[in-house]
Design a protein around this ligand. Sequence first.
Ligand code: ZN
Length: 329
Amino acid sequence: MLPANKDICAMREMTCSTLLLVLVVSLTGCHEQADGAANVGQTATAAMHFSGKYPLRVVVTTGMVADLVGHVGGSFVEVTPLMGEGVDPHLYKASTGDVARLGEADAVFYSGLHLEGRMGDVLSRLANRKPTFAATDLLDRDRLLKVGPEQFDPHVWFDVALWSECLTQVEQALAGYDPPHAADYRRQAAVYRDELASLDAWCREQMAAIPTERRALVTAHDAFHYFGRAYDIEVEAIQGISTQAEAGVSQINDLVDLISRRKIKAVFVETSVSERNIRALVEGCAARGHRVEIGGQLFSDAMGKPGTPEGTYMGMVRHNVETIRRALQ
Ligand code: ZN
């Protein structure tokens, strides 16, 4: 289960052994924070500066975060992602090897907003002893989609403009930890920010080509609400925001109703989620005489294989947008 925010706060306060940390926790207030670990980490390590041999060894959780840190860090940073192709971050538990890699890292970045639901403890503990940052930490909470009291939808990378704002956190974190290269990190972040702005414009253009009545994206789990909000497409999914809860028969039946009624042409599978539920949808629609196709495979919570276009954030977004446009247009 995802830990409730107040539990994280309680856990954090217990681990705060120094007066400084207790002070900062009470100043910032638990209710403001979606990821306690990040804030503790920043506070505990604010005065820490990198003094080792370059490149900085940075361990990250997801490929999307690796992509951000890689662009900002450039040649000064060596990035090791823990979660590879097709890995579901909601269910991922740190292996013994991961814990060792995290322990040896100079700095750690993760996505945050409880995406890495089962790594909360590991990240909290790390944050007490080394620079540990959530990429989403500086995002304005008013711009996030709420899924419960103090709980936000973590899939922010599918609104390219919003994800681009996470560059600021990565840039500030690296610049603070490695001041001699602060200007390089700022410059590299600015270059990537421009590329992401072009990608965002391209996504808008592509999605606008789909007739309004056909703009409905049906997927295996609820990863695409930011995408839907940014690029004006209605989003429906079988499983919720996290893949930790099983989909019910009634959810599948409701979606079969919707797809058949609206004559939706295609539904989509995801690389990091089982196809079983999507196949049940296709069969359910066929039983009602509506033929719906599997429009292709979308990258939701994990990027593609390293070395392929989809193994980069920009390539993954382009792949998804092209797949959706082709299937629904
Ligand atoms: Zn997800």
